[in-house]
Design a protein around this ligand. Structure first.
Ligand SMILES: C[S@@+](CC[C@H](N)C(=O)[O-])C[C@H]1O[C@@H](n2cnc3c(N)ncnc32)[C@H](O)[C@@H]1O
Length: 266
């Protein structure tokens, strides 16, 4: 054996990890994919594939420095994130896209508490409008397409847009309610300068929301998606891999390194 010390280190590290895993660690959600990997490795999972397994990301990535100009300064509020929000870094990057592109019309699918909506709006031009669509809790049981397991946690929030300021609610931000699978997007076709897709995380919804976005975003406008390459939302990764790799309209999709954000200029 060429490197006995390395082998022994890995052997004992794995042994310690397995002791923890089989003594109860496997009950933690973040460790569970290992069960599938192990049973597959030992030949027990030849026929079926775990639909929750994280697909390998295939969208090419770029550094934030390649897309955000160095002199871009943003306005940020509501910086601290809660479960369901994008990270503070992702918030800053979206705000920077808005600030440098100055979109008159933004459209978000998936309001949640409105933290991103508020920050997009704050970086738009004075006369800008930011539309944000959300599925209220009562819509969860009648969704037109399959939801991802995990979506209902965020659909079931007490109120959509709870972190949107009263001032923005009264003017620049327009809250819309409905299921993006059936919502009538026609009035927004060809009207949107920047679109953020962060609603349901199922494969079916990401494809459907992206089709709607394609019709809404003007040529030269920006599309953004969240939750790519996330272990919790394999449907997003599967849909964006497919769109970027197989649909010429979306070949320009790129992931921003060290984030779950993807984007492309239409
Ligand atoms: C992860 S949260 C969005 C987070 C938010 N964009 C942010 O940056 O903080 C997902 C949101 O999408 C909404 N949603 C889920 N399925 C939807 C659907 N079919 N149509 C519209 N909104 C949906 C949920 O109600 C929830 O508020």
């Amino acid at each position: 054996m060429n490197d006995l010390p390395l082998f022994l280190r890995r052997y004992f590290q794995s042994l310690a990890g397995c002791a923890y895993f089989f003594a109860g660690g496997a009950l933690r959600k973040k460790h569970r994919p290992l069960l599938y990997a192990l049973s597959k490795h030992f030949g027990f999972e030849q026929e079926t594939e775990d639909p929750r397994a994280k697909p390998t990301p295939t969208v090419p990535h770029v550094a934030a420095a390649d897309v955000i100009r160095d002199d871009t300064a943003v306005t940020l509020s509501r910086i601290a994130d809660v479960a369901g929000n994008i990270t503070p870094t992702e918030l800053m990057l979206i705000a920077a896209f808005v600030r440098q592109r100055q979109p008159a019309v933004c459209f978000e699918i998936g309001t949640f508490d409105g933290r991103t909506t508020e920050n997009m709006s704050a970086n738009q031009p004075e006369a800008g409008r930011c539309y944000t669509l959300d599925l209220p809790p009562e819509g969860a049981d009648h969704a037109a397409l399959p939801l991802a397991s995990g979506d209902k946690t965020y659909i079931a929030k007490p109120a959509s847009g709870a972190r949107i300021s009263a001032q923005a609610k009264a003017g620049r931000i327009v809250q819309l309610y409905g299921d993006s699978g059936t919502f009538d997007f026609a009035p927004y076709f060809g009207q949107v300068d920047l679109m953020f897709i962060d609603g349901s995380h199922s494969y079916e919804y990401v494809l459907s929301d992206t089709e709607a976005a394609w019709k809404m975003v003007k040529p030269g406008g920006l599309l953004l998606w969240h939750d790519y390459d996330s272990r919790w939302w394999p449907g997003v990764t599967r849909a964006l891999n497919q769109l970027q790799g197989q649909d010429a309209r979306f070949a320009a999709i790129r992931q921003i390194e060290n984030t779950a954000l993807c984007f492309m200029v239409r």
